[in-house]
Design a protein around this ligand. Sequence first.
Ligand code: PMV
Length: 330
Amino acid sequence: MTKVVHIRTHANIALIKYWGKRDEKLFLPTKSSVAVNVQELSTTTSMSLKNETVDEVSLEGSSDKKLIEPIIEFLNKARGHLGITTRFSVTSRNHFPTASGLASSASGFSALALGISSLCNLDLSKQEISILARLGSGSASRSVYGGWVLWHRGTLASGSDSFAEQIASSDWWPELRIVVITTTREKKTTPSRTGMQESMNSSSLYPAWIARSEDRLQNLLVALKEKDLGRLGSLTEEEWLDMHDVMLSTHPSLNYWSETSYSIMRQIKKLRITNGLPIFITTDAGPHVKVICLADSVPLIREVLKPVPGIIDIIESRVAGDPEIHSIDE
Ligand code: PMV
């Protein structure tokens, strides 16, 4: 009998962004961030222990060396971090309807961290699992929970105080929706890992953004507590546009938006102004547009986006619940 752990995790979308590391090896951020986990963007991963000297990994049904390299790299890092030598068998799939290019690293690495903890009976706390996931990609530290999450920047060089915690569960705001409008199946040209370091090292706007961010984060936490979507949305957009300005002022300049992204943003803003609806935009290191709104705004959003060319999919999602973990003897 082999113990197999099946895990489902979700990607998250940041309202207060992470863009830049003060320690590249440990993935320690220059600022704290706040995100919401997205029910419809999930990853399922199955893991078991392997009595051999190498890991066996399959991603999207393929064991192509280049594709699975980041997973092997993470497993090596995790072994070093935890002081274990165990090898693993890993099968992972992303369930992101039609489009690729969405942040699969968050759901992917958080699933691995949860799986390792469960298989190796390490009795890790949720904070320790968040730290472990962070070693795969920064945003993965936020996907070991469901609901709304805050990733603390931390100050220690060891990174032991840089972990995420849940600040509100998935049922805190039942009417809230995240609409993900996908616009490409292509991989991004500059990966976030390199883009953020270029911004940190060369954008003259970067220090001012970091300085403003903590206050904005605290205000956003209050808006979330009060379920004040107008306030939460304004802060989300201020933060998003600050990050975009930082990207544009990076050398060489980074602009992740496409013609389709601009058209979507124009339509969403028009809808907000003409109908007075609380609908707010954010984007990340790619051309997809994410909208934060209430459930009753979604049909109108679909309607105004009908004439926009280049949209691949409009994914309406609730806030994701906690990751699911099942352990089975097979
Ligand atoms: O952790 P990464 O490499 O997926 O970086 C995430 C960067 C952004 O998505 C742009 C912002 C964020 O906080 O998620």
